[in-house]
Design a protein around this ligand. Structure first.
Ligand code: CTP
Ligand code: MG
Length: 226
């Protein structure tokens, strides 16, 4: 097994409404992307990291750490991931750990668990959490409740997601990078008939999405240092 990490970091962060894409917002004088790369590189199994970035945003990030390379990102998250996967495959890596640039608070234990599970068998593995809130399906007007959806067996997918690279590339190509259902790597693998394993994640592993998430992420990052 030769494991590389692929980090999609080519989004525009439209929901954050910040001046620059959210992965470049600084927390404790470091861009969020730096915290994410550092979190991933705590796993000794990760030999190299391929970061998919928008070429116009590349100057926003002056110094890339050791063992980190950039590839250009794509129109969709899936396309950005695919660019990284192809470069990793070209360099002889057998497995990839895909992790969102926007999740800088990844706990080490979660990272190590998903690497172990994802490289153990050919179904791969993803970090996920059992849904904890009561779920409501709304009426078409989005104003009133139509029904309560059972939480039984429902999980929220996070990243990292770990798969053998060749079947993952094939699965993404089969589904198509523009497919609206291709929102994570597991969905492509499921589409191709695999049943990826669920690995228990952490509520701290939030994806920075809206402005209010910054405060929480600052808190968790600070907590980790202290
Ligand atoms: N991403 C990417 N290439 C894209 C779109 C997204 O590499 N074309 C990355 C983002 O940079 C982020 C991750 O995929 O690290 C998860 O996506 P998301 O949280 O949706 O980020 P954005 O698409 O940037 O944000 P938004 O959806 O609010 O515009
Ligand atoms: Mg997005």
């Amino acid at each position: 097994i030769k494991l590389a990490a692929v980090v999609p970091a080519a989004g525009t962060g439209s929901r954050m409404q910040s001046e620059q894409p959210k992965q470049f917002i600084e927390i404790q004088s470091q861009p969020i992307l730096s915290h994410t790369l550092a979190a991933i590189q705590r796993a000794p199994q990760v030999q190299r990291v391929f970061v998919a970035v928008n070429p116009t945003a590349i100057n926003l990030y002056p110094r890339w750490p050791e063992a980190v390379e950039t590839v250009s990102g794509g129109e969709s998250r899936a396309e950005s991931v695919l660019m990284g996967l192809k470069e990793a495959a070209r360099q002889g890596f057998s497995h990839a750990l895909v992790h969102d640039a926007a999740r800088p608070c990844l706990p080490l234990s979660v990272l190590l668990d998903v690497i172990e599970q994802g490289t153990l068998q050919d179904q791969g593995a993803i970090v996920a959490l059992p849904v904890r809130d009561t779920l409501k399906r709304a009426q078409a007007d989005s104003l009133t409740i139509s029904s309560t959806v059972s939480r039984e067996r429902l999980w929220q997918a996070q990243t990292p997601q770990v798969f053998a690279i060749k079947p993952l590339i094939a699965a993404i190509n089969k589904m198509g990078v523009a497919h609206p259902g291709l929102t994570d790597e597991a969905s492509a693998m499921e589409f191709a008939g695999y049943q990826p394993r669920l690995v228990m994640g952490s509520y701290k592993n939030i994806k920075v999405t809206f402005p209010e998430d910054i405060e929480l992420v600052s808190y968790y990052l600070n907590e980790e240092i202290n």
